[in-house]
Design a protein around this ligand. Structure first.
Ligand SMILES: [Zn+2]
Length: 268
């Protein structure tokens, strides 16, 4: 059987160990190798591929993840739907650690990342007005409801360059814009998937309150240790959620993600 998958998940061993494994492969793309071997698994008969975003040993920090190779490796396997779980800091008092946010918008504060497949000569302007797939976000909301998980149905993630965390002043600035959560990997991962006409769902797991919470001096600034601790504590729920989403989302795409390139080129 030719290796292939309908879903692609950017997540490590914690995610795929509950799925029925069918093998793994070493992929290569014109942008080099992805950040790890691609693991293939089945969830209720639907084929899912996994790539550890940060590498098996967490050797790729957020600004050095080979995003283009990762996304293209999924594309080459026939993936139509990408699920990108990640840890985020909360910028709001009512978005608490342990809760999930299915973001519908991002704001990019990264710099210098390779964020397009279209460097010319064919000039391509893909719309990212709504960067996340509405069909998958709906499925995620239904899945979270079914599992009784705490979630926010929409939100804006501000993506920073990292690898350092924010200063208090930066965090206050982001928070005052009305943005909900902060992360280092949503950009350019989500837009690269769009450029390849794949659906992209973000699952943000809140692990902390970034540099603190305005007006509440008792909230300590985030540490990497705390992020890992909270993330791992919630990993089982996150894995169950992904399984439930894969089961629920219909094979037919009712969104526009699959035709993102249609009006993106002058000469198309
Ligand atoms: Zn879609």
């Amino acid at each position: 059987m030719k290796p292939g998958a309908e879903f692609g998940v950017f997540g490590g061993s914690g995610f795929y160990k509950l799925a029925k494994g069918t093998g793994s492969l070493s992929a290569t793309t014109r942008y080099g190798k992805p950040s790890g071997r691609v693991t293939l698994a089945e969830i209720e008969g639907r084929r899912v591929a996994f790539i550890p975003r940060h590498g098996v040993h967490h050797e790729y920090p957020p600004h050095a993840v080979p995003y283009r190779a990762n996304v293209l490796a999924f594309k080459k396997l026939g993936v139509k739907r990408v699920i990108g779980p990640n840890a985020v800091g909360s910028l709001k008092g009512d978005v608490a650690p342990g809760e999930l946010v299915f973001c519908d918008q991002f704001v990019n504060f990264t710099s210098g990342r390779k964020d397009t497949f279209y460097d010319g000569p064919e000039t391509t302007h893909v719309s990212t007005a709504s960067p996340y797939c509405p069909q998958m976000r709906k499925a995620a909301i239904e899945a979270a409801e079914a599992l009784g998980l705490g979630y926010h149905p929409a939100g804006t993630v501000v993506v920073i360059q990292g690898p350092r965390f924010s200063t208090k002043a930066e965090s206050k600035f982001f928070s005052r814009q009305g943005w909900d959560v902060i992360n280092m990997t949503q950009y350019p991962e989500a837009v690269l998937a769009r450029e390849q006409e794949m659906c992209y769902l973000n699952i943000s797991l809140v692990t902390d309150y970034d540099a603190g919470l305005e007006g509440d001096p008792s909230v300590k600034p985030v540490s990497h240790e705390e992020v890992i601790k909270v993330f791992n504590k919630n990993l089982r729920n996150l894995t169950r959620l992904i399984g439930e989403i894969v089961r629920r989302v219909s094979e037919e795409r009712s969104c526009d993600c699959g035709s993102a390139l249609e009006h993106a080129r002058l000469n198309a």
